[in-house]
Design a binder for this molecule. Structure first.
Ligand SMILES: O=C(O)CCC(=O)C(=O)O
Length: 259
């Protein structure tokens, strides 16, 4: 499966520009032969939280429309990072996944909101897991700070996910946490990790890129460095069952000890 990681900068509080950029990047990824395109977190607005009323996507309609159209036209699945949306009178940090038929097959509201970046003051947290199937393989998606909760990735793995997508806006100053936690999640869950972080900066933070594709054995197959790029990485999904067969951690679990 050819996965295209879109490690981009995001224009603070300017959805129009960001929509244009994302369309260009998805087209570039598709023309390079991608099967799945993966975007970063909150690519429509960045963390311009005080202007959400003005700039959040109402019911995610604009994002869903663009991603569905491009998925169908270009014959690619899209794991749409996340966008800031407004549902009713509340705001959410939401991931959409679209398939090559142009269907929205998953919608996930970020479950863990990061107080350090004031997210909890503006957004509602989601309460549901995010599982979907692409090309017959069960996969899952979480968003940025969700990564710090190993139980959350494990819950997805126990429900069948073999590939985890993790879009982010992870600051440079904690980039070592990002890399180490991602590698740990891949090893302990014996899953592919496709993690796409933005680059550039906003008025509050500099963002560290270092998007990573990691195998179920824990090998870093690609590191995006800290510049904008659209990179295709070829992953062999057969490795998952091979690694799980060699070290059967799922059947060796002692659930009764963990309460
Ligand atoms: O956990 C962190 O250090 C960064 C998380 C983050 O930036 C986010 O959830 O948006």
């Amino acid at each position: 499966m050819k996965v295209a990681c879109v490690q981009s900068d995001i224009v603070f509080g300017e959805p129009k520009e960001n929509f244009k950029n994302v369309e260009k990047q998805i087209r570039e990824a598709a023309s390079s032969g991608a099967d799945v395109v993966v975007l970063p977190e909150m690519w429509n607005s960045g963390y311009d939280l005080t202007r959400l009323e003005e700039i959040a996507d109402v019911n995610g309609e604009e994002a869903k429309k663009l991603l569905s159209q491009l998925s169908k036209e270009l014959n690619v699945h899209i794991v749409g990072g996340s966008v800031s949306i407004k549902k009713g009178d509340k705001f959410y940090n939401t991931m959409y996944v679209t398939n090559t038929l142009g269907e929205v097959i998953a919608e996930y509201d970020k479950a863990h909101l990061i107080k350090l970046m004031d997210e909890h003051l503006y957004f509602e947290a989601g309460n549901e897991k995010n599982l979907f199937t692409l090309d017959g393989v069960k996969m899952g998606g979480i968003i940025c700070y969700d990564l710090r909760f190993p139980e959350w990735t494990r819950a997805h793995s126990l429900n069948g996910a073999k590939v985890m997508f993790i879009p982010a806006q992870w600051p440079t100053k904690r980039i070592d946490h990002w890399k180490i936690l991602l590698q740990a999640r891949a090893i302990e869950n014996q899953s592919f990790i496709i993690a796409v972080n933005r680059v550039g900066s906003d008025p509050h933070n500099e963002f560290g890129g270092n998007s990573l594709v990691i195998s179920p054995w824990g090998e870093v197959l690609w590191n995006g460095g800290d510049e904008e790029c659209v990179q295709i990485v070829d992953i062999n999904l057969e490795e998952i069952d091979d690694v799980r067969g060699r070290i059967p951690v799922f059947s060796d679990r002692r659930e009764e000890l963990y309460k």
